[in-house]
Write a new protein. Structure first.
Lengths: 245, 245
DNA sequence: TTGCGGCCTTGACCCAGATCAATGCGGGGT
DNA sequence: ACCCCGCATTGATCTGGGTCAAGGCCGCAA
């Protein structure tokens, strides 16, 4: 596969404003465990890269030399079977930390679904840095624990929920995307394609499409445009997602 | 549900041999991050409990006041839907650390599948102890990262593999259960019931049974007794698990 | 303006695995 | 020794979602 255009740039450690200071992702990412005074050190090992929608930047099976931190856009994480079957294990947004797996190769691939920007850290250097910032390690453990909970919820979905229940769960999840605690939007954008949704929910494109049509017919949702959507009846969707009905 | 018999006992901090020192699970659990000299402190906050097969000791939704460390036996972790559908998210063995989720309630339930013994730690006290033993926190992060990788693999299984592929993957996993790195047994015991296997693989009991029968007919495995089994053709099983054929 | 290429939707049909229904079997208690 | 009872197997049938096949819609390029 021919590599598409990318624009990496080492953050300038001497002179200029420390880019980590002004990073819009800092407050919601693990970097918020590092005090302003120490940010220069973090910046010195970060390489900022941008990529267009569709750009893959982690390949399952490749040597896992880097950690990543998304600072703009969103991406999908997935695993493939040799015959091309694909399971998307998650959609990640701004502030998300990638590559936690302690193994010498990546356990999944990652691909931008809209244009992205991310910080890349050499694994070895970040590990050394972590020794000096135990608070950041604590944050990473917190993040990992939360992802574990999400993964278990997804196993329940994939193993035991019907197509309708899967879509309801997914839409509710998206309506909370990137929002703190118990907040949710009624109207929101789905940046991924139907194919991505299908591969996330363990369904086919056709079933996703049909099920959305049906939910629309039942006035639970309204599909404003191909990728914008309104939840008309949140309580009904919640109970459907939880397995009632 | 009436609670069955249990035998908790606070480890005697003064006098007697430190029970953590002689704990047979120590070497493979996160406790190995703590030096012998400091083990007394760990022991002082541990409550050892035993329970029979079938005993539930974590209930999804209950306040998450404790961490657990299995020191004998094995258990299943699962989530339920209100109508009783169940997804087993994992089988855990000796040395496994439970309850990582950073939330005020447990995200899953746990139940012994054979008689178990475990150490119970108050969350608050263990957290305080972790501040003094960053090495243990590092180990926890490592453990969490590994579980995350396993969870992603399981999502691939649940979302995209056929019943045959799921069984093959499961049997290979069990053949490695509790063994270091790349080792595997050809002959091993499945301590869980067909129902548990079904709920782990997102199938029904009948499909598990039929699929095992079929794998037996194809001479890939031999079912010695209801819960003992031999892998006759490891390479074939591996390629089946990986999605070829 | 037209044509093309990605997506998405919709319909018709099919099949892997679920459901329903016996039957087998092994271990523990009396 | 016998009888349960819970688990496992096996068979018959059903069905949710997959597969195959047509269009439809929309943005973009020439």
């Amino acid at each position: 596969m021919v590599s598409q255009l990318a624009r990496p740039s080492v953050l300038d450690p001497q002179g200029g404003v420390d880019p980590c200071i002004s990073c819009e992702a800092r407050h919601i990412s693990v970097c918020n465990a590092i005090a302003d005074a120490d940010l220069a050190r973090l910046a010195s090992i970060a390489v900022v890269t941008e990529g267009p929608a569709g750009r893959g930047f982690i390949d399952e099976g490749e040597p896992a030399d880097y950690f990543f931190n998304l600072t703009a856009g969103s991406a999908k994480l997935f695993k493939l079977l040799p015959d091309g079957r694909r399971q998307i294990t998650g959609f990640v947004g701004v502030g998300h930390f990638l590559g936690l797996a302690v193994s010498d190769t990546y356990a999944f691939s990652a691909e931008a679904i809209v244009p992205v920007r991310y910080c890349r850290f050499s694994r070895a250097r970040l590990r050394k840095l972590l020794d000096d910032f135990p608070l950041m390690e604590k944050r990473l453990l917190e993040v990992a624990a939360n992802e574990l909970v999400a993964a278990q919820e997804q196993m329940l979905l994939l193993g035991r929920k019907t197509a309708r229940e899967r879509l309801a769960s997914f839409l509710l999840l998206q309506s909370r995307q990137g929002l703190p605690c118990g907040h949710a939007r009624r109207r929101f954008v789905l940046p991924m394609t139907r194919g991505d949704i299908a591969d996330y929910l363990g369904l086919t494109i056709e079933t996703v499409s049909r099920t959305l049509t049906r939910l629309r017919g039942e006035r639970l949702i309204e599909v404003v445009s191909q990728n914008e959507l309104v939840i008309l009846n949140p309580p009904a969707l919640v109970s459907l997602a939880g397995g009632q009905t």
